[in-house]
Design a protein around this ligand. Sequence first.
Ligand SMILES: [Zn+2]
Length: 108
Amino acid sequence: MKKKGEIKTCFYCNTIIAKDRLEMDHFPIPDDCGGTFTVPACQSCHDMKDRFTLESWIQSENGWIRAIINDFPSMSRETRIFLAKTMALYSRGIKNELRKPQATRPCP
Ligand SMILES: [Zn+2]
């Protein structure tokens, strides 16, 4: 537990966050899916996580697939397998959405 007044750093990029710029991100379960645990996040990382789609991010210069592949050697076995499972779920979700263009996005 962090002490009151302690300097906060972004959970995702480790940047020191000014008090008036601090955002709290629901992680690992989103707020709209019932998540209650939050982590400190800078606005840039919070935007990248929650306000940009994976589809738009993949096309950027620092797209997430390239970043994951570059980082793979430094990840634990569990992280690698978790990411592989997540990517499979994501791919199946995209495939199903393409079949049902009217479908909403319910929480799992
Ligand atoms: Zn950050």
